[in-house]
Design a protein. Sequence first.
Length: 76
Amino acid sequence: MPLQGAHNNHGEREIRPAVIMRKNSQANGSREGAFTQVVLMSIFRTLKRRGHDPIQTVANAVREYLKSGILPPLPG
């Protein structure tokens, strides 16, 4: 029997953006696509929670990788 008042609302709210994106894109067409979405959503949510702009941070990381061949770590 579950504890009274126990719920996972916080967890559900955390994954909602990824669920909406998956639905809007008509799901993932392959296992590789699903894996890619999981990785990108994890990176984006981590960056957002750390106070960074996810799109700009990833774009900067890709530019750095193309110049140096080294992918920089996520900012703290």
